[in-house]
Design a protein around this ligand. Sequence first.
Ligand SMILES: [Zn+2]
Length: 206
Amino acid sequence: MKLYSAGDKSKAICETCQDMVETTFLYRDVPFDDGTGKVKDILASVCDRCGEVVAIPAQSLPAIRRAREKVEVSLEAQVPASDIEILDAAATRISERASVRHRKFLLAFYVRKMARDPQGAERIKQLFLEAKAAKPKAKVKVPRKRLSFKVSHDFEEEFAAFAKISGLKKTQVLRGVVREIRSDLVAPEYPASLPQLRELVATMES
Ligand SMILES: [Zn+2]
């Protein structure tokens, strides 16, 4: 990407001059992207003819972006206790301080990974059938437990779309994903995904 410095020259369309104009990068007070209030001293592309700000370079965008309240929705499912144990076993591999909050991280990571995989929908169906067929060795009744997370609206949409193209209910998708986590992260002695996941968790926790 191009990184601009004060005094750099460029060209842009100026709305005020109704023309393609020469511009200079200068520090100006610029309104937030939602139009409320101003941020002081932001590097902007300024029209050489009329002095108006005509463009904001990428490097200045985060500073003027008004952080919106992250919309959160609840994602809930009743699953066998053994599914939660798989998640928690996986959590102990990715963090030395594994706790219930790592469950959501693991599910979100694998849901996104599978939802973006062209073969993901087929695979999740197969995984759910495997999960459903798995029975404890002895005749023991495995209790059901509630999984409950707060997730972003964007994630909920991606998750719902993945469930839809797979033809599964959300709980069934979760059970399939847990099955994937079991074979990808819990069963292998040296899981291929482990270094990346540990790095991500360590970064998030720092
Ligand atoms: Zn102008």
